[in-house]
Design a protein around this ligand. Structure first.
Ligand code: CTP
Ligand code: CA
Length: 233
């Protein structure tokens, strides 16, 4: 809208946003994945571009309709990746000269230790298949270790905790463990948070304080996140 176009308060900022969900291959035809559609991360990238930022959007397996707002948009460099390792390389490289990095992607915590060259067949497994999983690199932790002066690093956390106080406690522990400037927390569940166009976030600041509680369209939530980033800088 005209109103959105007038707000150019992110002009001159270089930002990196990751979105979507990584997939870790098991064999040539199968993977371990997650339910992220990419919708919230893409909305964060699009909001930044609309507000004047120069955006690198690193996206893993987003739904086509979720990605649409970022495709062909001036000010957004779209980088497509598949695995956690690929996402890590793409984000880390672009973070070097970024003012803000937002890790909205759902990154696999584990990958298959040895990817099979050929499709795993039932006649070879005898009906039981054991996959050995090894931890992936914590990309966000690496970004925080390499953070330069004046750089703002934002993490996301999707939690299934349903008790509000316990959710906040868990989120605060996570923010401290991660060392991020802002942590955007949302409650998810079988029926909640993934395919929806709406979202609800609690944003924690560097002192573990609640900076904002927002709900609405993923675009409205994205704008509130950028407001929180600006306030924190
Ligand atoms: N993240 C990351 N690299 C990973 C895993 C997560 O950069 N290998 C980032 C996510 O993009 C997100 C933040 O870390 O911004 C928090 O992710 P989350 O899965 O909530 O945290 P974890 O430390 O993986 O803890 P959990 O055991 O709760 O999954
Ligand atoms: Ca995780």
């Amino acid at each position: 809208s005209a109103l959105m176009n007038r707000r150019r308060d992110l002009s001159g900022l270089r930002v990196v946003v990751s979105a979507g969900g990584t997939r870790e291959p098991i064999d040539p035809v199968r993977f371990l994945g997650n339910r992220s559609s990419g919708r919230q991360g893409v909305a964060v990238a699009r909001a930044a571009a609309d507000r004047g930022a120069s955006v690198a959007l690193v996206v893993a397996h987003a739904d086509a309709d979720a990605l649409a707002p970022a495709i062909g948009r001036a000010g957004i460099e779209l980088v497509r990746v598949g695995t956690a390792a690929e996402l890590g390389r793409a984000v880390t490289e672009r973070a070097v000269d970024a003012d803000v990095v937002v890790m909205a992607a759902a990154v696999a915590d584990y990958r298959v230790a040895e990817t099979a060259d050929r499709k795993l067949a039932k006649e070879d497994t005898g009906g039981v298949l054991t996959l050995q999983l090894v931890a992936t690199e914590d990309i966000l932790a690496g970004l925080v270790r390499g953070r330069r002066d004046g750089q703002t690093i934002v993490g996301f956390a999707a939690e299934t905790e349903t008790d509000a106080d316990a959710l906040l406690d868990r989120a605060r522990r996570k923010r401290r463990r991660k060392g991020v400037d802002l942590l955007a927390v949302n409650e998810v569940g079988w029926q909640k948070g993934f395919e929806s166009a709406e979202n609800a976030l609690t944003i924690l600041g560097a002192e573990d304080e609640v900076v904002a509680q927002v709900s609405g369209s993923k675009r409205e939530v994205a704008d509130a996140l950028w407001d929180a980033v600006l306030t924190s800088r």
